[in-house]
Design a protein around this ligand. Sequence first.
Ligand code: DGJ
Length: 732
Amino acid sequence: MIVCRSPKRTLSVLLTFFVSTLFAQRSQIITIESQHNVIALQVGNDLRVSTAYFGTKLKDTSEYRFVRPMYKRGDDYSGILNSAYTPAGSRNLVEPAIEVTHANGNTSLDLHFVSSAVEKTDANVSVTTILLRDSAYALEVSLFFKVYYKEDVVEQWAVIKNKEKGNVTLQKFASANLYLTADQYWLKQFHGDWAKEMQPEETRLTAGIKVLDSKLGTRSHLYQPPTFMVSLDKPATEDEGKVLLGQLEWSGNFKVDLEVDPLNNLRLIAGINPFASEYALKPNQQFETPAFVFTFSDKGTGEASRNLHRWARNYKLYDGKGSRMTLLNNWEATFFNFDEPILAGLLKDTKKLGVDLFLLDDGWFGNNYPRNNDRAGLGDWQENVKKLPHGVGFLVKEAQNNGVKFGIWVEPEMVNPKSDLYVKHPEWVIKQPNREEHLYRNQLVLDLSNPKVQDFVFGILDNLFTKNPDLAFIKWDCNAVIYNAYSSFLEKQSHLYVDYVKGLYKVLDRVRAKYPTVEMMLCSGGGGRVDYGALKYFNEFWLSDNTDPLERIFIQYEYSYFYPAISHSNHVTDWGKQPLKYRTDVAMMGKLGFDIVVSKLSPKDLEFAQKAVKTYDTIKNIVWHGDLYRLADPRENSYASLMYVNESKDSAVMFNYITSNRYGNGSLSPIRLKGLDAGKKYKVREINIYEEPRVGKRPNNSYSGDYLMTVGYNPGVSANRMSVVLQIEEAR
Ligand code: DGJ
């Protein structure tokens, strides 16, 4: 993969300046520092680079020079177990970060320090680069550490350059190779499946290697996201303990190796999954890995996730500091069964509800193979003339006539065998030439490693926008995994998994370059593909098809460790048996949407929903841009509670939900609030009330931040008051 710098990037590089460059010097410490943390790398006497220290900064930063490589029974382990980027095939016998076959077939690699440089982009962001070179072969590796100082976040990646005369093959090419020291290591991973995303599991890491990985290709995070936490010494809690939150920013196959080594240190190697993916580099070609992003806190998961949220909003999530549209989606309301009159009615309902946009879901396209169910039509992106005789354009205009915006669903990476596209371009489909097709949701994946397919996929969006410039929102779905991985375009089949994702990103780059203001939702049959590699292009993501509010609280709670609320698309649907108020309160803790039949709401429910949309407008900026404090974990209590606080700490909103209906459950004692200003006085007011007078409504007292954070406030959630939303405003 050749890395081309875009003109924009070149300009930004010109604007940056080198603060320092260090050349091969033995026995030196290179520190990579953020506000509270440091990675201290040691260049040994033998010029191998190892991690001397990782974690909270020492008070006296000059003391890193005392940190020495480790010895055990006379053996020098330095640069082996704690190598900053462990090469395979020489003296390292542990899990490697990089494994290559040189042009002459030799499989050894031994990397030595050449130089390091720090490039400062602005007061907050800097990139440290460490250049390593093999002692016998013309192969170079540059390690990049991009530090977001205030947020305590680091993105780490590698660029591997073939300067040999022939082809080099990369067998493993990790993004990061960290080395952590503690008495114990506790891994919190998240497994799942359709409608069961983000099921947490925390276990102690024992000697040996624990692997988190995916081999699904697309929808790659269905069973396991590339997202995890590692606590040092003991499991971190919300407010205590040392914890690393990490993720590979990659929407394809990934692999994270967590190896407790013979010295009881933790070797953490994260990168693209090398499974079936060896990658050939021609002379002078280089391979840039995706970034592994992580943050570390010695004050628990709360601070760590707030840091990650700030980083995401400021630097990664598409338009993270911007605004979002509330919407009415028709998936659950109609599934595939709609036509123009039904949609015209739904557009009126959108206005009636008071949300900003109507989102037309799956089923609007395909003529020879109409998309009336999920068995046909995918790939044929022309409006179905029976359902939409006047096209999408008519609906966009109709939306405008109703004073709302219009958005549309696409699943551009996929094809049903029952489609014109499949008949016309069988060579664009990923499938083994000599094997029976194996379908997932009756569909196959298009080969995005092929530039012609990239053009086709870009063209789907481009056509929609060219014909309908006022289209305001895209829901981009991806419902299948890659079976029978084979590309009739690629010479080297082992490039498919990697080039697929690169192809996808190329398309998304083009979409964003041409349509920067369109809001886009990332969806993959629920949350089957959620990572910051993709969220660079998307404003929000669909967490799960499971919208039963009780289930959803748990799913939203776990996602909240890694993604800010502004990115969570939460819809009120008819899943679950809970009242509309509860369903709405749950959806409000992220970006609110609806997927209900508005015309079937009772007058009272309709009135409540309309008021709720208006209430949401008054709190959305705190939810979207404020700091999140988790107050009560539903896995440890019979209720869940969390709050968002704005930057100036004069406004906050607290969400409380009962999660178990057993007699006597509920918040019997006050819940301690967090993140307020102890010295300020606050008014606590219940909002989003279904019907006045609210049973058990409290007087409007004022409390100091000190009181609310020390004694707490009892929201009084119970079987009768299943959810309570409180607005906390500075009393002036
Ligand atoms: C899966 C998504 O998660 C749903 O929200 C819906 O868009 C369907 N696909 C449509 O086929």
